[in-house]
Design a protein around this ligand. Structure first.
Ligand code: ADP
Ligand code: ZN
Length: 749
């Protein structure tokens, strides 16, 4: 191995790997590879007696300070970088902002299944198309005496796109002699291209008509046109209820983009729950769409990835990770249902797809549209401080009005423990059963946590400093705040009114199903949750059963709160709004408002007016009141007060430092040392909340502790994270202890 200094002209490079760690590694670039090396290429290098694949992150780098022996790059795997300059720039930003090693970020830009040296090449296939204009071809049909040849011409005329040999064979129209004859007469031509895998784009919707835009749609489209014409970054929030015409804006904006020969990228929270959106795009843009989601197999995803990268597909539609897809001619990004928490990646790099979308649009000077009926506070705040434009679309374009919503006070109600059905809800269900109308019952269950609330005053015990519900830990019978280190004595009665306490522990959809069936033995009940919808197409069977009125009462979790329209449903019952409201998260009120608004909107989509009944111990809480009045503004104002007072986003940035290990004592001990180290550093503006066990204190065999830090600016957060990394280096912690950095953390479980 040559040592630095013995060969002056050596070129040094940096290689980034897909594993946690801070820095890239230096290697020697052999002269024969010097001519072809480019940043972003994958390389094969020796690493600790193994051969690893990494990414060239810098070329012509200075000699490292320590005088270690450098090894040489063995091979360059990609003739040219898989990522273009823009994607590399975006990857750099993600790595820096979300504090993730570049190698890990780059890996997430590539489709799964891209491991070895060459990209999987789809099979080549012969395609036939007309070589004449339609009119010429039609007149040739009249002249020709060969019926098989005429038949082929007619088929090509009808299809208007190239037809593959395989398709002809499938349809019984494959005739080598007829094809040969047409080729010789130069009526058709043949070419080879890659065979398309059978990717499901959704069924063709019936209507291809394009309505003329309403005034607010027109306003949105004008802003987008301006951005496109002037190569300008524009961020536009469409705030409108379901049915207010947001999707139509997306469609027509994409049309504008395609007319300019550019590509568009549409992000949705979950493909399975947005089949209508996909079908509408499919019906407008046909084969020009490319789909990217996790229900596709690796080969299909790779194929779509390549079609987008080569510009064959012009409209990419996908979930979270699609924001990293290669679209070299990108002209517009759309993020639908931008408030959905599934846009935040839950492993490194822990990026937020909506925020990456905005950054990507900024870097490219193109417009980005984000849409929601219940925008996140972060996004709405941006429209108030001038960072984004706002288009209000308050009304449904056609048909039904919003349902009547009642908050039903559970305080002092007697009945099953905890009350599952207050008398009014029971009566309303009975009434719908008699009329032959459908009802939906919603029970939110997320994670396993428990809290205690007072049956008399409805309050739940909160942390005095963080205003977050305390989590009850059966181990040691303590109640703790998992944001800071506050621990309360176990309670037997309400500290405020001495009322009896109630816990929802153990309540789930299965139990609810049993209770409903016992109350209404004649009703046809269907349960929809993660357990009952395991199969790939289970959703569709459920939806079909609902549509065909084979079900009287559907009950379930978040899964039934979103997505499709069920016109037969006239009653929505929320069993326990308190389960959402008392979730140990500072965003609990926001999620309550969002979920209630969403689930309440399932009622009365058809001709009959809808009714929604929300059972709660806190009927006067602003998030529940605002949901009853369909009042986003009111909710926003109240919630912003609370966020400002307690220093939460969007006023402060919040980052979670999560320590995990199979070793029981290690995370807690280290977390406390880390808190001390950070506090001693006295970084101006940085607040270190304390070390505490995560609510999911054990996950996949690992014990978990967390340290939350917050600051008014990203720069200060970054200083804090750097200090934490410095601590990690200095302490030389064992590798069985891991640190996950979650910048702008959403889920604090
Ligand atoms: P959202 O995405 O906000 O739920 P959609 O774009 O799906 O709203 O619009 C709701 C319905 O109204 C759809 O059936 C759509 O085709 C129709 N629609 C949208 N815009 C118009 C318009 N300008 N004129 C007539 N119908 C429209
Ligand atoms: Zn606290």
């Amino acid at each position: 191995m040559p040592k630095w200094g013995t060969m002056e002209k050596q070129i040094l490079v940096q290689v980034a790997f897909n594993f946690p760690g801070e820095q890239d590694f230096s290697y020697i670039l052999p002269p024969e590879l010097a001519g072809i090396a480019q940043i972003g290429q994958r390389v094969s290098v020796p690493f600790a007696n193994r051969r690893l694949i990494g990414y060239l992150s810098a070329i012509h780098t200075p000699k490292p300070e320590n005088d270690i022996q450098l090894k040489s790059v063995m091979e360059i795997l990609d003739p040219e970088p898989l990522l273009d300059a823009h994607s590399l720039q975006l990857a750099k930003w993600i790595g820096e902002y979300y504090c993730c090693p570049w190698g890990m970020v780059l890996e997430s830009f590539l489709p799964p299944g891209l491991k070895g040296k060459t990209i999987l090449r789809p099979k080549q296939q012969k395609y036939y198309q007309l070589a004449l204009t339609r009119i010429e071809a039609e007149s040739r049909c009249l002249e020709l005496r060969a019926p098989r040849q005429v038949q082929l011409i007619r088929l090509l005329l009808e299809r208007d796109t190239p037809v593959s040999a395989e398709e002809l064979r499938d349809q019984g129209e494959f005739s080598p002699s007829a094809l040969q004859g047409l080729l010789e007469k130069k009526i058709i031509e043949v070419f080879e291209r890659e065979k398309l895998p059978q990717v499901y784009y959704g069924r063709d919707a019936a209507s291809k008509t394009r309505p003329s835009p309403t005034a607010s749609q027109q306003k949105a489209l004008e802003r987008i046109r301006e951005g496109l014409e002037q190569n300008k970054f524009v961020c536009l929030l469409l705030h409108g209820v379901t049915g207010s015409g947001k999707t139509e804006v997306y469609l027509q904006a994409v049309e504008q983009v395609l007319q300019r020969g550019k590509q568009a990228l549409i992000l949705v929270p979950e493909i399975a729950l947005t089949p209508q959106l996909v079908e509408r795009f499919r019906s407008r843009f046909g084969e020009r769409i490319g789909l990217l989601h996790s229900q596709m197999n690796k080969r299909e995803r790779l194929w779509e990835w390549q079609r987008l990268r080569q510009g064959i597909a012009a409209v990419g539609i996908g979930v979270r990770s699609a924001i990293l897809a290669p679209l070299p001619y990108l002209g517009l990004i759309v993020v639908d249902e931008e408030h959905e928490t599934s846009f935040k990646q839950d492993k490194m790099p822990r990026y937020h797809a909506r925020d990456v979308a905005v950054m990507r649009a900024k870097m490219l000077n193109i417009p980005v549209i984000i849409g929601s009926a219940t925008p996140s506070l972060e996004s709405y705040y941006n429209t108030q401080n001038g960072k984004a434009g706002l288009i209000h679309m308050p009304e449904r374009i056609q048909g039904s009005s919003l349902p009547e919503v009642i908050a039903l006070d559970l305080r002092g109600q007697k009945g099953v423990e905890p009350p599952l059905f207050a008398p009014q809800l029971k009566d309303a269900l009975n009434d719908r059963l008699q009329k032959g109308e459908q009802s939906l019952l919603f029970l939110n269950r997320r994670g396993h946590y428990s809290f205690a609330l007072c049956k008399e005053c409805g309050q739940c015990v909160k942390c005095p400093q963080c205003s977050v519900s305390l989590t009850y830990h059966s181990h040691g019978h303590v109640q703790r705040c998992h944001y800071c280190d506050y621990i309360a004595e176990p309670l037997t009665e309400c500290p405020q009114c001495k009322g009896a306490l109630l816990s929802y522990a153990g309540l789930g959809t299965q139990r609810l199903e049993k209770e409903v069936q016992a109350l209404f033995p004649q009703a046809r009940v269907m349960r929809m949750d993660r357990d009952s919808t395991r199969g790939k197409n289970a959703h569709w069977d459920f939806f079909a059963a609902l549509k065909n009125k084979e079900v009287d009462i559907i009950l379930g979790t978040q899964m039934i709160a979103k997505g499709l329209d069920f016109p037969g449903i006239t009653l929505v019952g929320v069993i326990a709004a308190d389960l959402i409201l008392n979730f140990p998260d500072f965003r609990a009120a926001e999620h309550t408002f969002q979920l209630l608004t969403q689930v309440v909107g399932r009622a009365g989509r058809g001709e009959s007016a809808g009714l929604a009944i929300i059972q709660t111990f806190l009927p006067d809480h602003y998030s529940i009141q605002a949901a009853c009045r369909h009042d986003y503004q009111g909710f926003y104002q109240s919630e912003m007060h609370y966020r400002r007072d307690l220093g939460y986003p969007p006023f402060y940035r919040l980052t979670n430092l999560l320590l995990r290990s199979k070793d029981q004592d290690l995370p807690g001990r280290t977390a406390r040392q880390l808190v001390n180290y950070l506090s001693r550093a006295k970084i101006e503006g940085l607040r270190v909340l304390g070390a505490n066990q995560a609510p999911l204190s054990m996950l996949r065999g690992e014990y978990r502790w967390q340290v939350l830090i917050k600051a008014p600016s990203t720069a200060v957060i970054r200083q804090g994270v750097n200090k934490a990394l410095e601590f990690w280096r200095k302490e030389q912690l064992p590798s069985r202890l891991r640190l996950d950095i979650d910048v702008d953390a959403i889920s604090l479980l």
